[in-house]
Design a protein around this ligand. Sequence first.
Ligand SMILES: [Zn+2]
Length: 164
Amino acid sequence: MGARRDINSINSVVIHCAATPNGRAYSAEQIDQWHKERNFQRDMSISPGYSPLQHIGYHFVIELDGTLKRGRPLEEVGAHAYGHNQASIGICMVGTDQFALAQWHTLLKLIQGLEAHLDMMLSLYGHNQLSSKICPGFDVPAWVKRKFRPLDKHLLEEVFNGLV
Ligand SMILES: [Zn+2]
């Protein structure tokens, strides 16, 4: 079960993908269900009412349309990056290696908002830098180096029906 922590112990963000098919609108509730099946359990007493999701290991999920959903509160240790959960915030992008422009915008705004809230710079990692995983399907340091502009091959090509 997710343990309580002091938010002053937080120093980093770990970015993940949901490993769902690109362009498909899976929800935070669906991810919560998958984490339930893996026996993840939140401690709902840590921040009652913060989020209805009772299992999810991430702190935030960014859905396909850019909607930000709350998972665990910052005061609860996540379950998303083995050996790195204690001091990090887990953010999951729906998709595998291509994300909508709205998702990229939400990701950047979220990180900026967290840094303002915590009044510190956070170290940003992709899960793939911390263990031998493909997740989040893109190179986080390259994204930082590009000043957080979406990496072309990881930008979902969106179809605007009826506009052309
Ligand atoms: Zn991951």
